[in-house]
Design a protein around this ligand. Structure first.
Ligand SMILES: Cc1ncc(COP(=O)(O)O)c(C=O)c1O
Length: 388
């Protein structure tokens, strides 16, 4: 049994999450990494390689691919062919490379805000047109659904669709019916899908992640499925990304972009971390997932009992909770300032995910010790009481 209650100071490690603020008294729950040590076999593999002290150019061996293929088969009964996989340094790099490979200036890129900010930024940074199909907030059910009428209409204006599956930040795990409907529209409009499935392993009990690649053979010809061990095993500081591209023409274009930008290859630590994680990390992962699920139940219960005017969307997947603070009647910037400087909790602003419908929402990272979560919620509760 691992002890996920343990709190380790991350401030001395150049942590993006914990070193974002000068004050030591702020609880950091914004960026999406876990505060838990990775499976111990990851550090063991790296330490043992470091002992060699020669760090020359290094091959990515067959095992790097085989452990991922075995994971996909075991967890999803999804068969991945080795020759379909192209690796990149991380998932955001994969998205950027794919967009650069398949779209030309002024092409449309369809996204469903609120969504992970690089989905919104990459098209703009590459001089493309962003085509938004906002998710519909079903407030009574505390969840979000796809606006299929708008999706169908907007698909006509887009060349690429970036799917977030499961969806960060609203926590949806898309059903077979939803994936199939999206696939049909994609095929009808001759589009290409980039399916970012980095959160696919983090699924709450009662839900099931379906790889987009398992939905339709026809769709597979226009699909890039993007996976990574980074979130699952908490190794985003040693990142990699496995891109499954069944269509040879698309795969060649993607590889050409990688080569033309000189972006092939990855560090020794990334290769070793991914291999050790997929090979030995399953028991650790099952335990951490159970702990995160209990954190989620704890957050729901705490809010209901103590801060009922802060609403939480149903989390079906990811370790991220999407909180609705609109009932506090603070402005968006005021809310951020209030949480950071009064409650001393750093959450990620909803407006980063959707500049219209994300206002006064916050994303709360639940992948930390339950003691830290309790402390953060107590601080938020006390600060809200101080408003009265
Ligand atoms: C949907 C999604 N894609 C990609 C990433 C980042 O992946 P990477 O660190 O491998 O670039 C994140 C991180 O939060 C994410 O939520």
């Amino acid at each position: 049994m691992y002890n996920f209650d343990e709190i380790r100071n991350r401030k001395d490690t150049f942590s993006t999450k914990w070193n974002a603020h000068a004050s030591d008294d702020i609880i950091a729950l914004w960026i999406a990494d876990m505060d838990f040590p990775a499976p111990k076999e990851v550090a063991e593999a790296i330490k043992s390689r470091m002992d060699h002290e020669i760090f020359g150019y290094t091959l990515i061996d067959d095992e790097f691919y085989n452990v991922f293929i075995a994971w996909m088969k075991k967890r999803y009964n999804f068969v991945v062919k080795r020759e379909h996989i192209v690796t990149t340094s991380c998932v955001v790099a994969s998205l950027g490379i794919a967009i650069a490979s398949f779209a030309s200036k002024d092409d449309g890129v369809l996204v469903m805000p609120p969504v992970y900010p690089p989905f919104l930024d990459l098209p703009r940074l590459q001089g493309l047109r962003r085509v938004d199909v906002p998710l519909i907030h079903e407030e009574n059910e505390n969840t979000y659904k796809i606006d299929f009428d708008l999706f169908e209409e907007k698909a006509k204006e887009a060349k690429i669709f970036i799917l977030c599956s499961p969806h960060n930040p609203v926590g949806r795990v898309w059903t077979h019916d939803e994936l199939k409907r999206m696939a049909d529209i994609i095929i009808k409009n001759d589009m290409i899908v980039l399916s970012d499935e980095i959160h696919s392993d983090i699924i709450m009990p009662g839900y099931k992640h379906l790889p987009m690649g398992s939905i339709s053979e026809v769709l597979n010809e226009r699909l890039v499925s993007i996976y990574a061990p980074n979130k699952t095993f908490n190794i985003p500081g040693m990142p990699t990304s496995y891109n499954i591209i069944p269509n040879k023409e698309l795969r060649d274009k993607f590889t050409n972009t990688l080569q033309s930008l000189g972006l092939t290859g990855q560090s020794i630590t990334s290769t070793l971390a991914s291999k050790a994680a997929y090979k030995y990390g399953e028991k650790w992962f099952d335990e951490v997932l159970d702990y995160i699920h209990k954190n989620y139940l704890f957050v729901c219960e705490y809010l209901k009992e103590n801060i009922p005017n802060v609403k939480i969307s149903k989390v079906e997947g990811t370790y991220l909770a999407w909180l609705d603070f609109r009932a506090l009647s603070l402005g968006d910037a005021e809310l951020k300032d209030f949480l950071l400087n009064k409650a001393k909790v750093n959450l990620k602003s909803g407006s980063d995910f959707d500049s219209i419908n994300g206002l006064c929402f916050m994303r709360f990272n639940m992948a930390t010790s339950r003691l830290v979560i309790k402390d953060a919620l107590d601080r938020i509760k006390n600060a809200i009481e101080g408003l009265k």
